[in-house]
Design a protein around this ligand. Structure first.
Ligand code: PLP
Length: 401
């Protein structure tokens, strides 16, 4: 049978104390042992079902990590307190002083700032490339290169990375391919396409309720064990542990992810086709006009669609700002950063999440100041929201009356 992330998650069964249908929530930072000897053993190597201290591992995060592994078809996963800590721990686990990273230049603003401003302080250099230019990537790989980094669908331009081709380059050079899959859970399964490490900001679609910040790292069992090693694991020693109560609530939300993703995608596809028909400049991988439409079509698990994120370019920043304010007034959605919420969210990536990228670099990568990024909600009647959106556009003379 072909891999299906939703079926894989549905197969999980973990019960709580007294047979509760949800696993019990760990309300402890530390764990007792009958014998001192067993504690010593656990310090040396992991023992299935045994816990030492909640920063190292705890049952709630273990349950959530199993669900993330089921989603991403990985051997194992680690849960972290944010997407950024998942990214930082992964990079620092793989790279040392003197090493080089090859990264897509269109990545999440926080990741870009970490790569550009923080890593060089520790002697790790980052070469930013156009991730669609395989020759450029090949040319930049040298003996110091440890990994290739990209997002499966990039923020905010919605470029799709050719994960299979990137994985071939990585394997040929025995380096790792690290993919941030935050924009496309369920739609894209990077490990099936050859990625070595998959990162999520659970804050977004996977949790889906915009009530907490969390992250995850999925990879081989070995790599995940390295991250929690008591002497050299970045997750263990930098300590970005997620609180159990949050972990438990994300685990419940992940069980409805497939239903939500299908609805996000369906709504976004509808909005994009209609807006494009009206002559607006729309970026969405589900549109035939998108340069990576076929690439995504070949990579994706088709039933989940092309995701809930789209961008429209109004060319002018002032106009984009007015439209967002109007749309919030008319209850189309909320003027807020982040994505994957059940309601529609919109923001200007040029000024907010990608503001870490300098104006000069923004022009270079085609990030116009008039781009609005929209995370479409799971509205039951998307036509209703669309009509309100159109009225706002007519009001501002973006569209003719
Ligand atoms: C939000 C986001 C992150 C950072 O995640 P946090 O949970 O906010 O730390 C990383 N990558 C992408 C693509 C994101 O959208």
């Amino acid at each position: 049978m072909k891999f299906d992330p939703a079926t894989s998650i549905q197969q999980l069964s973990a019960f709580g104390e007294f047979g509760g249908v949800n696993p019990s929530i760990t309300d402890s930072s530390t764990y007792t042992f009958f014998k001192s000897e067993s504690m010593k053993e656990l310090f040396e190597s992991e023992i299935e079902g045994c816990f030492l201290y909640s920063r190292h591992w705890n049952p709630s995060n273990k349950y959530l990590s199993d669900a993330i592994s089921a989603l991403e078809n990985s051997e194992a996963s680690q849960i972290t307190s944010s997407g950024m800590s998942a990214i930082a721990c992964t990079i620092l686990q793989i790279c040392q002083q003197g090493d080089q990273i090859i990264s897509s230049r269109t990545i999440y603003g926080g990741t870009y700032a970490f790569f550009k401003n923080i890593l060089p302080r520790y002697g790790i250099t980052v070469k930013f490339v156009d991730i669609g230019n395989i020759n450029d990537i090949n040319d930049n790989i040298n003996s110091k290169t440890k990994l290739i980094y990209c997002e499966s669908i990039s923020n905010p331009l919605l470029e799709v990375a050719d994960i299979s081709s990137l994985s071939k380059i990585a394997k040929k050079n025995t380096i790792k391919l690290v993919v941030d899959n935050t924009f496309s859970p369920m739609s894209i399964t990077p490990i099936n396409l050859g990625a070595d490490v998959v990162i999520h900001s659970l804050t977004k679609f996977i949790n889906g309720t915009s009530d907490c910040v969390a992250g995850s790292i999925s990879s081989s069992k070995d790599f995940i064990l390295n991250l929690s090693d008591v002497n050299s694991g970045m997750c263990m020693l930098l300590g970005p542990v997620l609180d159990s109560f949050r972990s438990a609530s994300i685990l419940k939300n992940i069980h409805t992810l497939h239903v939500r993703i299908k609805k996000h995608s369906k709504n976004a596809q509808f909005i994009c086709e209609e807006l494009e028909r009206l002559g607006l400049k729309v970026m969405y991988p589900g549109l035939k006009s998108h340069p990576h439409h076929l690439l995504m079509k070949n990579m994706m698990n088709p039933q989940y669609g092309y995701g809930g994120i789209l961008a429209i370019d109004l060319n002018e920043e002032k106009l984009a700002e007015s439209l967002m304010e109007k749309m919030q007034e008319q209850n189309v959605g909320l003027l807020a950063v982040s994505l994957g919420y059940f309601k529609t969210l919109f923001s200007l990536p040029g000024n907010s999440t990608s503001s870490e990228i300098s104006d000069e670099d923004q022009i270079k990568i085609g990030l116009s100041k008039g781009i609005i990024r929209i995370s479409i909600g799971i509205d039951n009647n998307i036509k209703h929201s669309f009509d309100k959106m159109i009225n706002c556009m007519k009001n501002l003379k973006i569209l003719k009356k």
